[in-house]
Structure formats: structure tokens, C-alpha cells
Design a protein around this ligand. Structure first.
Ligand code: GMT
Length: 378
């Protein structure tokens, strides 16, 4: 098979979250490299904010009838995949997050027989660890992972976890996350930091969807420990189920005046550049895209020693790893970075080098292309 440009549909969750961001950035970069990319989802992916003649969006609508207690989104998605594949003669359906996307892709392909596209599923984390192993999803997730033509996982950890949880023997290719370094890069001056820290306080940032797994409670606790030792501000970027609890905790710990709840933002890259340290003490993390984005902005990271995070952060070199519920340890590591300019600079440089060597779009997107052409050759 010659290496002609491919026609690829990408399905992801369009709401804020690592899998959707990665899928969107991948689609945009593939279009820049000459492939024709069709996003199929129930809404425009939230970071799909650029124009390219080779980028299309197809909205999945799920009708609601009085009979349906739960509108069958998976079936509407499957139908849309079939329709778009036929209309544009697609080569590949690349779905991000196994549930229900891998199932829909498999069904779409089966319904088209020999003329069907190849199917590829990228596993991102909670689709395996939380959702996929819930008994109500377990069997269909296990079946779908085995049924698609190709599977990638965002870390060695996630690959091994998938094998141990589901007992699958199929090959799984590890392709780690990447960051768009034309957007996430170190600004020469710390932009907008005077607004957040008018008296020269140190700035700590956290970015997530505030789900329990992200441990925003741990973020506030660790920040409160730090705050006992030096003047600092905490920028909380994102929103979700634990926002109210985090707010209440900040009040209870007496640090609410120093904690800014910024909500979901488009200007994440600029806000990150205002930070002196980034905190991600998740209870579980398949990779840690938010930490990678911070590193690309030259911000040293303190993250939890869980899941695939050690594949991103070299403890003591490109950042610090801590126990997610070790608040004293987290506060101490933040203090070390924020009170020692030489250490902060050293970690910043090591982080930037690691990003440049391993995690740029230029390094990682070709690995997905390899996977696509391997499937086309099958
Ligand atoms: O945790 C999130 O931010 C959302 C989640 C998702 O599925 O959208 O992110 C997962 O995918 C990211 C991109 O591959 C990974 O970097 C995150 O580690 C992973 N999150 C978890 O495993 C909790």
C-alpha cells in the first residue's frame, strides 16, 4: 500500500478532558500533514478552534422519543459513522475512549462488510480503569477491544492494565500523549502574573475536569501546607463535580483569598505561563496530559506517583512525584521548587528538553500514521 494521504474519521468526547483534547490536536495535526479528517461527535470538540480545508465536523443527533428512557446515542453514532464513511469513502475510523466509541466503530464496520473501513481505538485511561471495569460495561468493553482492528494505549502502564483487567492477548501499541508546542511554549515574561499575584507571590496552577479522580481536594490541601510557609496564589483551571467541595475546603483551611477558581478556559496556555509550579496529585492518571502542557510552558510539576505519570516525569529531574494523599510531602515539594530558584530553573530546563525530545506533535503524530498504514496493509 502506497503512503497516500488517508481519509480518517475521529470520534471523541467533545467536552473538556484529556482524551478529547488529544484527539482534537491529533486531527488538526493530521490535517496539516495532508490527511482528510472528519470529526464525528455529538458536539464540536471544544479545542477545535482552527480552520483547515481538510477538517470536517459531522454532528451526531440522537432523537428523543417518549419510549426511550435513555436516548440510544451509540446507535446514532454508528449510523453517522456508516453514513460519513460511505459519503467520503473513509479509510479509517479512529475512536478515542473505548466506551461506547469502539463498540460503535466495530458495528459500523461490520454493517459495511468487505467495503468497511479499518477501525482503531485509542485507550485513554478511565475507559479501562473506571468505566470499562464497571460490571455493567465490562463484557462489551472487553469484546470491543478485541474486535477492533487496532488498539493503542497512552502509556505502558495503561497497556499492562488493559491486559490484566480484560485478559486480552491482542497487540496494543503504546503511543504517549503529545503537546502542540506552537501553542504551549514558554513565554519570555511571565504573562498576566501581576493580575493574579500583584505583590509578587508565587503562583501554583492546577488544570483538570475536577472529577474525584483528579483529587482537587489534595490540590487545596497541599497548597494550604505551602501557604503556611510562603505567600502564594493557587489558580484552579477547569470545573466539575468537586468544585464546590474544593471551594468549601479552601474556606475551611483559611486560604480562600489566595485561591482563584477560573473555570473552563480557552486561554489555558497563557494562564499556565503565569505559574511557577503545577500541581496534579490525581489518584489515578493514565498519562497526565495537563502536566505535559505545563512542562511545555516551562512550569515545573509536582504530580502523583501513580499510573503512567512516571513515564512522563522523571522524579527529581523534570519534576517531583508524591503520594496523592501525602499533603505534607506535596506541600514540601512545592516549597522546594518555589524557594529555590536554581532548582526551579534546572527542572524547567529538564522539562523543556524532555518535551522537545519525546512529546512534540512532530515526534508523536508520525507514530499514529505508522499505525494507520499498518492497518491499511492488513
Ligand atoms: O482525566 C482527564 O483529564 C480526562 C481523561 C479523558 O479520558 O478524557 O484523560 C485521560 O486521557 C488523557 C489523554 O490521553 C490522559 O493524559 C489522562 O491521564 C487520562 N486521565 C486519566 O487517566 C484519569
Amino acid at each position: 500500500m502506497s503512503r497516500r494521504p488517508l481519509k480518517i474519521a475521529i470520534t471523541c468526547y467533545p467536552v473538556p478532558g484529556g482524551s478529547g483534547i488529544l484527539a482534537t490536536e491529533l486531527g488538526a495535526k493530521l490535517a496539516e500533514r495532508g490527511h482528510e479528517i472528519h470529526f464525528i461527535s455529538h458536539a464540536l470538540p471544544f479545542r477545535l478552534d482552527r480552520f483547515d480545508v481538510d477538517l470536517y465536523f459531522h454532528e451526531v443527533e440522537t432523537p428523543s422519543y417518549p419510549l426511550f428512557k435513555y436516548p440510544p446515542y451509540t446507535l446514532s453514532l454508528t449510523s453517522k459513522m456508516i453514513e460519513v464513511t460511505r459519503q467520503f469513502d473513509l479509510d479509517i475510523l479512529h475512536v478515542h475512549y473505548a466506551i461506547p466509541h469502539a463498540t460503535a466503530a466495530y458495528l459500523a464496520k461490520q454493517s459495511m462488510g468487505e467495503s468497511g473501513p479499518k477501525t482503531l481505538c485509542t485507550l485513554h485511561g478511565t475507559d479501562i480503569t473506571l468505566v470499562g471495569t464497571d460490571r455493567s460495561f465490562f463484557e462489551v468493553t472487553r469484546f470491543s477491544i478485541d474486535a477492533v482492528d487496532g488498539v493503542t494505549a497512552v502509556s505502558d502502564y495503561l497497556k499492562n492494565k488493559t491486559i490484566s483487567e480484560f485478559g486480552t492477548q491482542r497487540p496494543i501499541t503504546v503511543i504517549r500523549n503529545f503537546v502542540d508546542t506552537s501553542r504551549f511554549y514558554m513565554r519570555p515574561a511571565k504573562l498576566c502574573r501581576e493580575k493574579f499575584a500583584p505583590d509578587g507571590e508565587k503562583v501554583v496552577a492546577h488544570l483538570s475536569n475536577f472529577r474525584p479522580v483528579k483529587n482537587v481536594i489534595g490540590v487545596v490541601q497541599m497548597f494550604a501546607k505551602l501557604r503556611q510557609r510562603l505567600p502564594a496564589k493557587l489558580l484552579l483551571i477547569g470545573d466539575g463535580p468537586q468544585t464546590s467541595e474544593a471551594y468549601a475546603l479552601a474556606q475551611a483551611l483559611g486560604v480562600s483569598a489566595d485561591v482563584k477558581f477560573l473555570g473552563n478556559r480557552d486561554d489555558v496556555d497563557e494562564i499556565l505561563c503565569a505559574a511557577d509550579a503545577f500541581l496534579l496529585p490525581s489518584h489515578y492518571e493514565a498519562f497526565g496530559l495537563a502536566a505535559l502542557e505545563a512542562m511545555a510552558c516551562g512550569v515545573p510539576v509536582v504530580a502523583s506517583r501513580v499510573g503512567g505519570v512516571p513515564e512522563l516525569i522523571d522524579d527529581g529531574v523534570t519534576g517531583f512525584l508524591v503520594g496523592p494523599d501525602e499533603y505534607d510531602e506535596g506541600g514540601e515539594r512545592l516549597y522546594q521548587i518555589l524557594s529555590d530558584d536554581a532548582l526551579a530553573k534546572q527542572m524547567q530546563n529538564a522539562g523543556l528538553t524532555s518535551v522537545a525530545d519525546n512529546f512534540t506533535a512532530e515526534a508523536v503524530v508520525p507514530l499514529y500514521e505508522e499505525e494507520y498504514y499498518r492497518l491499511m496493509d492488513m
